[in-house]
Design a protein around this ligand. Structure first.
Ligand code: 4NP
Length: 158
């Protein structure tokens, strides 16, 4: 089993969207029994909440569903469980680097490191409008595809 965790600040906009986009690819390729997904936030404000309605709305227009997801905060145990931990922006990445045990064997990376089309950060859409959520999904699609390709290359999941 390969365990993949997506991380942003609140775990209600970018990381559940990333999880849902990636999960849809995993399901399409019938790999759900081999690749486990989750998402979490570095902050705790939204714990237990479903994804932001705007993320769900834009997701739905692209066939990506996330109403089952609930926000939680990143924990130290996540570094024991997850083989891949993907940060959405530089601040999330810095927070995760601080939490990361020195013996962590997995991959702590920026989400867009796996994209052929974009680099850098997935910008926080929370104080923006629907077009900012569209942009988040535009960035996440190629990155999720690149991430899955990397996982299939690096791990014996077939
Ligand atoms: P996310 O967006 O990190 O993509 O889930 C945010 C959600 C909530 C807040 C900030 C960012 N907030 O400050 O409450």
């Amino acid at each position: 089993m390969v365990n993949v965790l997506f991380v942003c600040l609140g775990n209600i906009c970018r990381s559940p969207s990333a999880e849902a986009v990636f999960r849809a690819l995993v399901e399409e390729q019938e790999l759900s029994s081999k690749i486990h997904t989750d998402s979490a936030g570095t902050g705790a404000w939204h714990m237990g909440n479903p994804p932001d309605a705007r993320a769900q709305q834009i997701g739905k227009t692209r066939g990506v569903f996330m109403s089952d997801l609930k926000a939680r905060q990143v924990t130290p145990q996540d570094f024991e469980k997850f083989d891949y931990i993907l940060a959405m922006d530089n601040s999330n990445f810095a927070n995760l680097e601080q939490m990361k045990p020195s013996n962590y064997k997995g991959q702590l990376k920026m989400m867009l490191d796996y994209s052929d089309e974009n680099t850098g950060e997935v910008p926080d859409p929370y104080y923006g409008d629907l077009s900012d959520y569209e942009h988040v999904f535009d960035l996440l699609g190629p990155a999720a595809a690149g991430l899955l390709a990397d996982i299939l290359t690096q791990n014996d999941v077939k």
